[in-house]
Design a protein around this ligand. Sequence first.
Ligand SMILES: Nc1ncnc2c1ncn2[C@@H]1O[C@H](COP(=O)(O)OP(=O)(O)OP(=O)(O)O)[C@@H](O)[C@H]1O
Ligand SMILES: [Mg+2]
Length: 382
Amino acid sequence: MTKTASTVPPAANPSLDAKHLEEAFAIFYSESQKLEAQQTALQDKINQLSTELQKSNQRLAILLNAIPAGVILLENNIVLLHNPAVLQFLPHLSQGQSFELPSEWQASIAPGEYLIGSNEERNSKPQKTVQVIRIDEGIRSYIQIQDITANISLHQQTQRENRLTAMGKMAAGIAHQFRTPLATALLYSSHLCDDEVAPEMGKEFAQRLRKQLLDLEKLSQDMLRFISNRPNKTILTSAKQIIDEAQASIQALFESKAVGLEMHCDVPSTTMLLVEPKSIPNALVAILENALAVSNAKDKVTLCATVETKKLIISIEDQGPGISSTIIDSLFEPFSTTSANGTGLGLSIAKNTIEAHRGTIAVENTKHGAIFSITLPIAQAA
Ligand SMILES: Nc1ncnc2c1ncn2[C@@H]1O[C@H](COP(=O)(O)OP(=O)(O)OP(=O)(O)O)[C@@H](O)[C@H]1O
Ligand SMILES: [Mg+2]
């Protein structure tokens, strides 16, 4: 009987083990070579990205240093960094301090705009208007401060030039408006000089003369209001107060014509506007006067006021015939009138006032009349 080889345990083969080990080492070596190569490539990438980041940081720094606007980066309202331009507005700003706008900066008409410096103090820097934009992103905030004095004066200049052009166009209109009351006033004054006029007639002529002169004075004042530039002494006034003032001025006239004046004022009492006293109520009264003029007894005029995204929106709607197509395109131009007694300055002054307060005015004919829509920027609201 022969013994089979399978029953004999395989004898250890040192040369085979060494070969396996060698192969394993070779694999290990080649894998670690690959890993090393990948690590080097990764390191190169990191180096390249760091250089790029450094370059873009440099570019950003150059850009931040070059732009005329002031830029501040805050973290939890603490100044992290700022560019040099910001120091022209906030000379004492430094890193690490808590950020707030100086209390002496006066809020201007539009939200986010401030008047800095003072015209009143002698030798002080001229007054500037700056715009502050704040963007909050989590704990970080970005503040941009920009001098917009030049933009504003350009805007005012353009507005003024437009008005002067309009004044030029209306020279003939002015002559026409002044001619009749002036001729009448001259007539009355010549009667007054006549020795033969009885004393009681003389008094009558003097009164008529006075009325003509008062009309002329009102006309010239209206024209001056039209040409005036921007609201000067503005004060923080509640939107409600402005609307109440307008209503109080005109309510009696509505009652005397038996025309209803419906007020829907859906405005919080905390809604404040920066306005020149009386100017906005006067503008609203001019629109309400027109609405009353085209209304019949038992008609109603509705004034609605609401607040929408930092704006006060006022609409005034009547049930009259609507704006005549002959006048609608020139409605807000001075001396544009269809009324025999009107001067045609009411709406042009109202538009001027509203735009000087950075607001807008528009008109539309509805099925049953006309609707005027006014927007005004809110200075402060809870
Ligand atoms: N609610 C309205 N419905 C219809 N027409 C209107 C309305 N409001 C204004 N108008 C038209 O616009 C014209 C200009 O109005 P504006 O207030 O500027 O001048 P006026 O009322 O004619 O004169 P005044 O200077 O005395 O106000 C009016 O003559 C009238 O034709
Ligand atoms: Mg009018």
